[in-house]
Each structure stands twice: as structure tokens, then as C-alpha cells.
Design a binder for this molecule. Structure first.
Ligand code: PAF
Length: 284
């Protein structure tokens, strides 16, 4: 039975009553759980004795014109999935519980969060870093698992945990995809049938660039152009960025070298914004 913990006091009491020495795994989410989330739960399950998830649609990480109010919240279905996955507890706070009136302290990572999504979603990673630090402080897990689909989010959290000496191990879970390559996302439910049919081009653009890289093209600009060329096959896809970046700092690079690279793409299909990425191996 997945125990529902709705406030910090209940969470702290539950945490304090865990058997001494039990390894606690944590999967923070915003709900609308899909197979990608469930693979993170399974990863936590395999590495920990006790697993807790959180479901909190964090208002702080949504911009004024983003989808906070329409973000899917299928709570009953989510709880069933957690139950089936054997997750012991779920933290389900209300917004006022997480952000008491007058809350005026925020966490801002200033390097890894600057490019890519950070450049087009001002304040997004400040909201993510703030809520994740709060959640880590409250849950005090031994390890926390985040999805590689949000590669920049993973990089920001890893940097924050390192810089603030947070005693937790951060693990990344691999991207889970539909049979046609579309990365699973809670936002895929917004796609019209026509947009859904075009969406796999995003993953195809990443795979095409990977193939070009493996065939000897190492110039970052040339690789990004190839990726954009694949997206251009559908007028329904409006690219926001298609970039080749250093895999750790996410800094700009001219050529892919011994550190490999992160290929990162964001695009709009109608009013839905999708992101995806692929890690290129180091150049031999
Ligand atoms: O990836 C998400 O679902 C969210 O950004 C997170 C990490 C739960 C913080 O709100």
C-alpha cells in the first residue's frame, strides 16, 4: 500500500520511523506518470530498500505563458501506478505547503542552466533547483533518480548537489521511447493526431546526426544543420533550438572531440513544446 504523505510533518515522521540503515531512494515527479517515470521507480527500487516518490506540479518552474493550469493531473491513475510499482510512500504536498507565504529564498545555478531551455524559459531552472533542494532536504534520500530526457535538468541538479554539498547520490534514468522513437513525456497527450504523427522526426533528427558523426562529421554547426534539416521535413515542427554542446558543462563547442557531446533539441508542435536529446560518444 503506497502511503500518501500530504504535509512536511507527516513526511518527516515517516522518514524518522524508517528502519536504521534502510537505504532510501527518491523519485521526484510532477505526476501524469508514464513508463518513463515508472522506469525511474524501478531503478530506485533496484538500488534502495525503501522508495518514495513525490508528485508536485511546481508553479515556480512554469513561466507566465506556460502550461501550469492545463498540466495533466490524473492523480488516481498515478497512485495506482505507484502502488503497482511497490513504491512505499508518495509525498503529495499542496503549493502552500511547499511555499509558505513570504517565501523569499531561491536557488539559482548560473552556468549549466544558462543555455538551451534556460535561454528560452527564464526562471525555469531557478524553480526546478529551488523545489528539488527543498524536496531533497525534506526527504533526505540516499539516492534520487531523474530522467535523462531532461538532460539539462539533470546537469543543473548534479551541479547544485555538488556545489551545496547535499548528501545524496544523483542517478540518471535512460530515456524511454515509443516504438516510433518519440520520447515519453507527460506533454505528449496534448499532441493532435497530425502532430503526433510528425513528432518522431525529433528523434530521427538526433539519430541522423549521430550517424553523420559516426561517419566522420565532427563540426558542431554542420551537425546541428543536419538535425534541423530533418525537422524541416514537417512544417508542423517549429524548432526552438537544435544544439551540440559539451556533455557536462553544456558550454558551446566548435567540434565534437574527446569529451563527446550532448545533442539537444526543443521544438513546438502546435502549442506543445517537446524536448529530446542524445549523447554522442567521445571521438576516438
Ligand atoms: O522533471 C520533473 O518532473 C520536475 O522538473 C521535477 C524534477 C519533479 C521538479 O519539479
Amino acid at each position: 500500500m503506497t502511503l500518501i504523505l500530504r504535509d512536511k510533518a507527516a513526511l518527516r515522521a515517516w522518514r524518522a520511523a524508517l528502519p536504521a540503515g534502510a537505504r532510501l531512494g527518491f523519485v521526484p515527479t510532477m505526476g501524469a506518470l508514464h513508463e518513463g517515470h515508472m522506469s525511474l521507480m524501478a531503478q530506485a527500487r533496484a538500488a534502495a530498500d525503501v522508495v518514495i516518490a513525490s508528485i508536485f506540479v511546481n508553479p515556480l518552474q512554469f513561466g507566465p505563458n506556460e502550461d501550469l493550469s492545463r498540466y495533466p493531473r490524473p492523480l488516481e491513475a498515478d497512485l495506482e501506478k505507484l502502488e503497482k510499482a511497490g513504491v512505499e510512500a508518495v509525498f503529495l504536498p499542496a503549493a502552500e505547503e511547499m511555499y509558505p507565504p513570504g517565501a523569499s529564498t531561491f536557488v539559482e545555478e548560473t552556468m549549466v542552466s544558462a543555455p538551451l531551455c534556460g535561454a528560452v524559459r527564464p526562471g525555469h531552472f531557478r524553480g526546478v533547483a529551488t523545489v528539488v533542494l527543498k524536496l531533497l532536504n525534506l526527504v533526505q534520500p540516499h539516492l534520487a533518480v531523474f530522467g535523462q530526457k531532461d538532460a539539462q535538468q539533470c546537469a543543473v541538479i548534479e551541479r547544485m548537489v555538488r556545489d551545496f554539498d547535499v548528501p545524496v547520490e544523483i542517478r540518471r534514468g535512460p530515456i524511454v521511447r515509443e516504438a516510433d522513437g518519440l520520447a515519453l513525456s507527460s506533454r505528449n497527450v496534448y499532441l493532435s493526431p497530425q502532430d503526433r504523427a510528425a513528432a518522431p522526426l525529433i528523434h530521427q533528427s538526433l539519430r541522423t546526426v549521430e550517424a553523420a558523426y559516426l561517419a566522420g562529421e565532427h563540426d558542431a554547426e554542420a551537425l546541428a544543420r543536419i538535425g534541423l534539416g530533418v525537422l524541416a521535413r514537417s512544417a508542423r515542427i517549429v524548432p526552438q533550438y537544435w544544439e551540440v554542446r559539451d556533455p557536462e558543462s553544456l558550454g558551446a563547442i566548435a567540434t565534437v572531440g574527446a569529451r563527446g557531446a550532448l545533442l539537444a533539441v526543443a521544438a513546438h508542435l502546435g502549442s506543445t513544446r517537446l524536448i529530446d536529446n542524445l549523447v554522442l560518444p567521445p571521438r576516438p
